[in-house]
Design a protein around this ligand. Structure first.
Ligand SMILES: C[S@@+](CC[C@H](N)C(=O)[O-])C[C@H]1O[C@@H](n2cnc3c(N)ncnc32)[C@H](O)[C@@H]1O
Length: 389
């Protein structure tokens, strides 16, 4: 790979590329955003109202429904499946997700050469701040490699060539749209990262922790990784993921922000780090993308590489069984089967305290909590533990 000596150009901002589209393309983007918002928020509310007013009372004539019963979930699904409002929600959720990716994919490919050229400057830099270590021989984990998670076109692990950043560009441009949809507003800025919030919680709960080595697992495009370095500037921060195209984007993004992070391509269920290598092991929205087989392994690996006195802190989606009602469980079930979230049901049903116990985490050290940053209208599910000295 040729090495470059000139200063790298700044990476073009994805939100700016979106805003710079011609009027017709932006109008289509606005429409997709509005449609997706309506499906995700308003139409889902109508399904709920119908469930509360009609479906649940009819089913409860035979006895109270339980949010933790798989049989009740099946009964509610059966009833909802025949209802027009539920069918409309299914159709709109599916179609608006497809339209989102069509829109994003088109813009990314329109600018791919420019993005790649800018990324190449960082990828071939003589003295990078951090590092990027890829492993082309890695056996890619089936949960990610065999699925188009979120229905991202071609999936997280797709690569056109061995410098390709397209998967990362797609992931991040798609992620710009998510919060705008959830908040019901057409704003494309991300604001504070979830990593900043996770670090804030670690600081509050473990104020004496001064990590020397920090690891983020399942870092994806590194949207949250710089937060660890900003919060713990003295620490060496490493981050791992299995998807090379996401990791390249993560590395380029960290370098362009002037943040030194060492990224490596690894399977988080069997990492190449010795036992007790890190003082903080963290993840963000990773557990719910792992299968029933991979989730216990991920937790056990995070615990294995943690030093005595260190903290394991995972943050994920707050959709545990018993916490969300049967109607939401059925909506989730649709996303699992048809809309690129193949592991949500497994995640909903996962008994995280039991999985931590099975990984060797003493109950007395473990925590689970729901924590809301002020800028979000729903909480994160946080779980982890401090390793005894
Ligand atoms: C939903 S993404 C979250 C990415 C990032 N943490 C964020 O908040 O944007 C889940 C990430 O976990 C990674 N992942 C899931 N299972 C993995 C495994 N077994 N080994 C390595 N990475 C994995 C995926 O490649 C993906 O980047």
């Amino acid at each position: 790979m040729p090495e470059t000596t000139r200063a790298p150009q700044p990476m073009p901002a994805l939100s700016a590329l979106m805003r710079a589209q011609p009027h017709d393309v932006r109008a289509r983007g606005d429409f997709v955003l509005a449609l997706k918002s309506w499906a995700v928020r308003d139409c889902a509310r109508l399904v709920h109202a119908h469930y509360d007013e009609r479906i649940a009372p009819a089913l409860e004539r035979d006895g109270a429904l339980s949010n933790t019963s798989a049989e009740d979930r099946r009964r509610v699904k059966h009833e909802l499946s025949g209802e027009l409002i539920f069918q409309l929600w299914c159709k709109l959720s599916y179609e608006s997700q497809g339209m989102k990716w069509e829109f994003v994919d088109r813009i990314v490919h329109q600018h791919l050469e420019t993005l790649q050229r800018a990324a190449d400057d960082y990828l071939t830099r003589e003295q990078p701040l951090g590092s990027l270590t890829l492993n082309p021989d890695l056996e890619l984990p089936a949960n990610i490699h065999n699925n188009e998670i979120h229905r991202q076109p071609r999936g997280f692990t797709f690569e056109y060539h061995d410098r390709d950043i397209s998967a990362g560009a797609l992931y991040n441009m798609g992620a710009l749209i998510g919060p705008a949809v959830a908040a019901g507003r057409g704003r494309l800025s991300r604001g504070r990262s979830a990593g900043d919030f996770l670090c804030e919680l670690v600081r509050q709960r473990f104020p004496e922790l001064e990590p020397r080595d920090v690891l983020e697992i399942g870092c994806g495009t590194g949207r949250n990784t710089p937060a660890y370095k900003r919060t713990f500037p003295e620490a060496r921060v490493q981050a791992v993921d299995c998807a090379a195209g996401l990791l390249r984007w993560a590395f380029v993004s960290a370098e362009s922000q002037g943040v030194a992070i060492d990224f490596s391509q690894m399977d988080i269920t069997c990492m190449a780090f010795p036992d007790a290598s890190f003082d903080l092991v963290a993840s963000h929205i990773v557990g719910h993308e792992t299968s029933k087989k991979h989730l216990p392994l991920m937790i056990a690996e995070a615990w294995r590489v943690l030093r005595p006195g260190g903290v394991m802190f995972h943050m994920d989606v707050p959709i545990q069984r018993g916490r969300i009602d049967l109607c939401d469980q059925v909506l989730n079930d649709f996303q699992v089967r048809h809309n690129g979230e193949p592991f949500w049901t497994g995640w909903i049903d996962a008994d995280i305290p039991a999985l931590m116990r099975a990984a060797g985490v003493p109950d007395a050290c473990a925590f689970v909590s729901y924590d809301s940053p002020p800028e979000r209208n729903s909480p994160w599910y946080c779980y982890g533990a401090r390793k005894p000295l």
